[in-house]
Design a binder for this molecule. Structure first.
Ligand SMILES: [Zn+2]
Length: 272
């Protein structure tokens, strides 16, 4: 084994901001501690970087140029704070294909687009990608151009409903939030991370039973949320909460029938 293999894996949320998102689905910036506008949802965005000895992964990649005062290239600046450049990102996995999760794959470049991480493999559910490609429009004209650009230019790799593209990465279709939503699991025998996109997106969702209006299939989402929290607790995964405003990395450290799970926040770069 090379000495590199001794490098400890770390996970870091790359916080992009907090937004108030109403019926028009526009992402309007608010402060991290502020409530959203009336009738709107408060949504923070945290793409996750997993730095391991062999590869640097991103689990979901943010809203790119599509939010208020957001930029695809801002992600490169976040990554630089962890001593990585854009070329160092080897693999990007998408939990699902909503634009606040994959918008960062490319940024505007004049009349066209430019891949944010041109060297990275982009892993998506094959069925989800085909579904999007068969839509007449992906949200609007601009985002349709964006997704076509990715289809032509990104180094896309397609995942089956159950797949294991690397020994440490397992992907499984869970559905719920979208028809082909996936849970992304990282396990190198030492560090374990579970990322379920919007099926389990904040700490607040762990102990709450709710059917979400924004889900494709709210019942499946509820069922999967229950299964995944149980799995995270029993198998000691660190959960990655993509939309959590303050502590997107957490573990479920105890269970009580009345109180539910005890949630323990995990500090960035201290996931041991
Ligand atoms: Zn989302």
């Amino acid at each position: 084994m090379s000495t590199d293999s001794k490098i400890k894996t770390t996970a870091c949320p790359l916080y992009q901001g907090t937004f108030s998102v109403g019926l028009d689905k526009k992402f309007n910036r608010i402060n991290r501690d502020d409530p959203p506008a009336k009738g709107a949802l408060k949504i923070s965005l945290n793409p996750f970087l997993i730095k391991s000895a062999d590869r640097n992964y991103l689990f979901d990649i943010g809203i790119g140029d599509f939010g208020e005062d957001t930029r695809a290239r801002a992600l490169k600046e976040s990554i630089a704070t962890y001593d990585l450049s854009g070329d160092d990102i080897t693999d990007i996995f998408a939990s699902h294909l909503h634009y606040d999760h994959i918008g960062g794959l490319a940024g505007r470049n004049g009349d066209s687009w430019e891949l944010t991480f041109p060297d990275a493999k982009v892993w998506v559910s094959e069925k989800a990608w085909n579904k999007v490609m068969n839509l007449d429009e992906y949200y609007d004209e601009e985002k349709s151009q964006f997704i076509r650009f990715l289809d032509d230019n990104a180094d896309l790799h397609f995942l089956k409903e159950e797949d294991q593209p690397y020994p440490e990465i397992q992907v499984k279709k869970i559905g719920g939030h979208t028809e082909f939503s996936q849970v992304l699991l990282y396990d190198d025998g030492n560090q374990k991370y579970l990322m379920a996109g919007d099926v389990l997106a904040t700490r607040g969702e762990v102990n709450r039973k709710f059917a979400a209006k924004y889900d494709f299939d709210a019942k499946t989402s509820m069922k999967m949320r229950k299964e995944l929290t149980k799995k995270a607790f029993e198998e000691e995964f660190t959960v990655m909460g993509y939309h959590d405003s303050h502590h997107p990395l957490f573990k479920l450290t105890a269970y009580d029938e009345k109180q539910g799970y005890t949630i323990t926040q995990i500090e960035t770069n201290a996931a041991s």
